[in-house]
Design a protein around this ligand. Structure first.
Ligand code: SF4
Length: 53
């Protein structure tokens, strides 16, 4: 199992960087971005380090 990064919580199990049974990311750092011109709510943001398993 990948080691988790306690600083990055994540629930996206479908990502290949997810730490497994714990709700954490295994990367040292991630990039968060947006797909909106004017983001106004949480749904407007994305983890741009996501990679499908
Ligand atoms: S790269 Fe992003 S989506 Fe993937 S496990 Fe890490 S925080 Fe979650």
């Amino acid at each position: 199992m990948k080691s988790k990064n306690d600083s990055i919580r994540c629930t996206v199990q479908q990502c290949q960087y997810h730490a497994g049974q714990d709700q954490y990311c295994s990367l040292d750092k991630i990039t968060v971005g947006t797909h909106e011109k004017h983001p106004t709510m949480v749904e407007c943001t994305d983890c741009q380090s996501f990679k499908l398993k």
